[in-house]
Design a protein around this ligand. Sequence first.
Ligand SMILES: *[C@@H]1O[C@H](CO)[C@@H](O)[C@H](O)[C@H]1NC(C)=O
Ligand SMILES: CC(=O)N[C@H]1CO[C@H](CO)[C@@H](O)[C@@H]1O
Length: 740
Amino acid sequence: MSTNEREREREMGESYESLFEAKQAKGRLAYKLFACSMLVGIYLIWFYRATHVPGWGEQGRWAWIGIFVAELWFGFYWIITQSVRWSPIYYCTHTEKLSQRDETEWPNVDIFVCTADPIAEPPTLVVSTVLSAMAYNYPPEKISVYLSDDAGSVLTFYGLWEASHFAKHWLPFCKKYNVEPRSPAAYFSKLCNPPDACNPTEWSSMKNLYEEMTDRIDSVVMLGKIPEELRANKGFSEWSSGMTSRNHPPIIQILIDGREQGSIDSDGNALPTLVYMAREKRPQHHHNFKAGAMNALIRASSEISNSPIILNMDCDMYSNNSESIRHALCFFLDEEKGHDIGFVQYPQVFHNITKNDLYDNSLNVITQLDHPGLDGWGGTIYIGTGCFHRREILCGRKYSKDYKEDWKRGAERKITRSACILEERVKSLLTCTYEHNTQWGQEIGLKYDCAVEDVITGLLIQCRGWKSVFINLQRKAFLGVAPTTLAESLVQHKRWSEGTLQIFLSKYCPFILGRGKIKLGLQMGYCVFGLWAPNSLPTLYYLVIPSLCLLKGISLFPKITSPWFVPFAYVTIGKHVHGLVESLQCGNTLAGWWNSQRMWILRRTTSFLYGIIATILKLLGISKMGFTITAKVSDGDASKRYEQEVMEFGSSSSMFVIIAAIAMLNLFCLVGGLRRLVVDGGIMDLGRLFIQILLCGLVVAIHLPIYEALFIRKDKGSLPLSVTFLSLGFATFASLLTMV
Ligand SMILES: *[C@@H]1O[C@H](CO)[C@@H](O)[C@H](O)[C@H]1NC(C)=O
Ligand SMILES: CC(=O)N[C@H]1CO[C@H](CO)[C@@H](O)[C@@H]1O
């Protein structure tokens, strides 16, 4: 149906009210002019480099050519990044219009929560997330919550079993007092006293109930096994001795069966369905990490609730906004513009970011600018958590013009067998061998063999013709825990950069796969992330070679009095001032911006370097993919340092040697370079070497916390002595080599 026809239909009296709107970002013309001027600056720099190469035999010829290559790369990458600034759109929803519609016709929603390790992700944390998902402001009989436990741990199952009882009190309490947030852990940790609206005795007894539950769960976790008397309860008998996280049969337990008449809360209202799932694990079968778990969830839920909408969230990302299902549905249920929307992505936001965000974890700029930028080209990326999908698109469905989901179909409850028979049926879908010789992990479900299964799955969905939208609510939909040490943050970025580069270098490269299917701007938008890792090499070059040349007195940049100085100054200042303004606009502090600049360097010299090496090794078939789960808990001293924004290096790693060596080398070069100016009477050199001195000085300034950790700090979070010696050794060696 063309737009004209639709309009006619509307004029003819069919009632239609749009459930969402898209707004263009303001000030785009000014930005585009600025970007063009930057491009001119970049061309001038390239031109200067190409026309001023030192001749054969002259000093610094190779250093010059190297820096030219680095600048070619930076310019190219900058052009790629313009895609996410060109025409951002911001979506807003009209839930009030949705609320006017008949509730019984709203679709069912399946919520998937994934956990993988009862130690790194303690059951109490998982349980709070699950409870926040059960308590959405949405008809409870339409919600089914599935917990996938990749560790197959009876401790996590016990936690969920406790939660299934606690929910009977928690859900009516949330409803009665309109509690926010609905994760009990988050709610009670913020309040010490009952809020005015609450009945104090009721509030206190709820708090006690919650604390007793967490105490029981914690003590079972401490013991490492469940008390014998529990084994009599349904479900616990699934666990037998000798089962490990890597070797166990499939387990599925329907803890609350929403279809049953008896499943009601303490006020007599319906409860959401609650299911525990652990797919089969055998050492000889590869399990495909989180993508494997998600695909098992898709199959298991298709037998039990088969809801047309699926939300997936990580176990450490609780729901902070009980309205977010309604907001997401505004996109899917919009009769006019909703047919081609495949998924709705919420941002990843963290609740434990400190004021100046030492590790630049907040993703503020990515959330507030990059994602809307991608939306401008018809689709944001799928980031693996906080995302609503249509079930059909996860099962490989292509978009076609006459596609129209019949939501009423999805609003009915499937009436099937009793829970026990259902569980037996579902088990057969969770075996290790079920997927053999099928399209699961390829055409169906989440894509396997990629460190960022989410990004590649989202890309494949868009290439099948679906659009996606990003929605950032004022009150954030999901809140998680950010890494609290440098090592964790770097490792996380290594995985991201490695995965996205792997996509770029495969047949799924956005420029190849997406050609003719998604817009060029979106193809480029994917490459902003896909080309993170290659940035490491030119950055390392820029951090090392100009400084060494400074030590030797070789100039690699135009004199301060030369007209060629202007493009260098314009591009550098333009880029950083613009970045600073954006950062402040997105809610970062000035110190936070400075910290993000440091992390920008540290990530490029370590995470991205390791990412590119790992990708190359994998391409050559030398190494295989691994997956590390970041711990979500830290000890007392470390927490204090985190609050005080003292850099916590965390588990010792070879990455720190690189960081420290670069810091030391630049310190040597700065001192050596300045000494040359002063002592050797080379003050005339100042104009010639000005840019290099400035660059080297800035590198030293940004690494101040590193020197502190190397030489001054003595606490447990700082750098070990071995790193100090190794980095000193490297830096001395490199400087001596340059001097001879
Ligand atoms: C999370 O929800 C609480 C309670 O409604 C609200 O006060 C807070 O601002 C929210 N947090 C974020 C980051 O939006
Ligand atoms: C500032 C802040 O909220 N810090 C918290 C981050 O998360 C850890 C672990 O959950 C808490 O212990 C901190 O208090």
